[in-house]
Design a protein around this ligand. Structure first.
Ligand SMILES: [Zn+2]
Length: 287
């Protein structure tokens, strides 16, 4: 999510139209004697049961909630095969090697040339392993990304709130739309807040940073790094949700790798921001 994508993405112009697909694909019932359909893909498996659509009001955004049992391998690395994922992976690899540190160094150089010097320490922290941990994408992240791409294309963002209860059950809220930031969805946030008040732990906030190959500028993004600072963008959202909702971690995925941030990373982001504030002679807390 980026309220300041104009800064993150230099000169971005979106041209690709997006097609809305049905939220939950209906599987045809095979007639007697008819061969069973081929195994469903990752997104279809995710959507196959325990999913409810949520009312989000006006606009093109869509939201759903999905329950997952404590057992299962949704949080393990994604190693399976999936036709939609293979197509996505191939289309990116045709343009760039998605090695996460090379992507980060590439965007850091663009920011440096553009004079965004205040962003550079954050890049260095992620690249040198002082902020968060980059790991391969897991199955849940891949499934949510695929269902999002099926609805809204590859150059848009979703967010997901991943909650866990005392028995280890997961509840996942997906909120996505065709824009470069997930739509504002107060109805989803209200449900997350109510769950948190009812004893669910907000384990993770997940969102994607897409590859933006239609960007006429050279910055095609796809970087696993939180946007913004303590008063805007991803960082401000994390600090606010950690303080108000007990957010346990944050995940930023580009479809290949995911940056995982934990409480000590939030502390680091908060303290570096406090230094920035001191330099500016301010003490106001925005969140
Ligand atoms: Zn973001």
């Amino acid at each position: 999510m980026n309220t300041h994508w104009g800064r993150m993405i230099l000169g971005l112009i979106l041209t690709a139209p997006h097609t809305l697909l049905p939220l939950v694909p209906r599987e045809p019932v095979p007639a007697v004697g008819e061969a069973r359909p081929v195994p469903a893909g990752l997104a279809e498996t995710f959507l196959s049961e325990g999913v409810r659509e949520l009312e989000v009001g006006e606009g093109q955004g869509r939201a759903l909630v999905k329950e997952l049992p404590a057992e299962g391998d949704w949080l393990s690395p994604f190693t399976g095969t999936d036709a939609a994922y293979e197509s996505f992976s191939r289309s990116v690899r045709e343009r760039v090697d998605p090695e996460p540190y090379a992507l980060l160094r590439r965007q850091r150089a663009i920011y440096e040339r553009a004079g965004f010097s205040e962003e550079l320490p954050k890049f260095d922290d992620v690249i040198e392993g002082r902020l968060g941990r980059i790991r391969p994408i897991n199955r849940l992240e891949a499934a949510v990304l695929m269902l999002h791409q099926q609805r809204f294309g590859r150059e848009s963002e979703f967010e997901a709130f991943i909650l866990r209860n005392a028995q280890g059950r997961l509840r996942v809220y997906y909120n996505g739309g065709p824009e470069l930031s997930p739509p504002s969805a107060p109805a989803v946030r209200k449900r997350v807040e109510a769950d948190a008040a009812a004893g669910w732990r907000l384990a993770f906030h997940l969102h994607n940073h897409p590859f933006l190959f239609s960007n006429p500028a050279e910055d095609f993004a796809g970087t696993t790094i939180p946007s913004g600072g303590a008063s805007f963008g991803d960082v401000s959202t994390y600090l606010r949700d950690a303080k108000n909702l007990g957010l346990g971690g944050a995940l930023i995925t580009n479809g290949f790798h995911t940056l995982e941030l934990g409480p000590s990373d939030f502390d680091r982001l908060a303290s570096s921001w406090k230094k920035d504030l001191a330099l500016l002679g301010q003490s106001q807390v925005f969140w």
